[in-house]
Design a binder for this molecule. Sequence first.
Ligand SMILES: Nc1ncnc2c1ncn2[C@@H]1O[C@H](COP(=O)(O)OP(=O)(O)OP(=O)(O)O)[C@@H](O)[C@H]1O
Length: 368
Amino acid sequence: MNAPAGQRLEGPGLAAHIAQEPAIAFRNVSKSFADAGGAAKVTALDALDFAVPRSSITCIIGRSGAGKSTLIRLVNGLEKPTSGSVIVDGTDVSALSESALRPVRRSIGMIFQHFNLLTSRTVYDNVALPLEIAGVNRRAIEAKVMPLLDLVGLADKSRRYPSELSGGQKQRVGIARALATDPKVLLSDEATSALDPETTRSILGLLKRINAELGLTVLLITHEMQVVKQVADRVAVIDGGRIVEEGDTYSVFTRPQHPTTRTLLADVVGVHLPAFVTSRLSPEPKPGADAVVKVIFTGPNATEPVLAKLGETMGLHLNILAGAVDEISGRPYGTLVVSMDAGPETLARARGFIHDLGLETEVLGYVV
Ligand SMILES: Nc1ncnc2c1ncn2[C@@H]1O[C@H](COP(=O)(O)OP(=O)(O)OP(=O)(O)O)[C@@H](O)[C@H]1O
């Protein structure tokens, strides 16, 4: 974003202006590779525009081969775009030479699926490594490394070697190392994919804490939708090298628009109907059939009093078929599937009654 014409920004105005700029911006970025035979081209990213807001935790999701790794590798300059520019914290990294990239890379931390720790170095020495490379003196390194090990909960393991640590502990070392050079941006390439669900939760908790305490921007790529649900403020869906949908995690997860998003999120959010219901479900109303209705609540309001009231007021017989309460980005999302013995008119009135109480409904079909 440029300063308004004729206006020079300084002091608080400049600070506010910088704060509004995204931490990372892809501007019309394309990236193609020669295929294995070298004859044809593979388009990994296709005129992609995308921005990662400052201090957000943003997740990129997409099918295998959609372009996720290429996108993240462009951020720290491991790849150069074929065209377009990649701006990180105000610097166009795509325009920099390898030597000019070196100091910029210090402001971009990265964590990996397989941790990438040096096995011959202790925990302390792994975290110290980027500082040694940057020429920081021994005393300053110590002043930096010990608080970082404290932050990630490994102060008592500083003299251990990676082989003596669990997967979660290794990733904590990876995070401490990534933070050693005070980055503005932390990139994560499937950093929890090799961890069990409980360890994943604790690593995500740590990333959230770091994001909140240090105001660090976190950009993650992952194929684990549970990770996105737990940690991301924002989510972007990449398909065929383009961002096809993006928004706050709650909106994207509860109202996915693009077919790829719908496919990726199928079975991730809300209830799953038992097979004995789905096998009998028909899309058209039939005489004597019950309507199967999904009732959705997105706030703290529960469905049960609503359904009790509905049954009482309209004299309907309701059967609960399935129900679940999810947490997406820290907010509850509840779904309850009921069948009701209602013809078209009564069904419309029942849905109106539920809507008036602030809940949403969707007719899934009809069962005899
Ligand atoms: N160095 C390369 N040489 C040739 N083709 C490449 C190269 N890197 C990526 N590609 C191709 O670019 C496309 C996008 O790859 P990318 O690795 O970015 O996808 P991805 O979404 O990260 O996939 P996955 O989830 O499987 O890791 C794929 O078709 C891939 O084969």
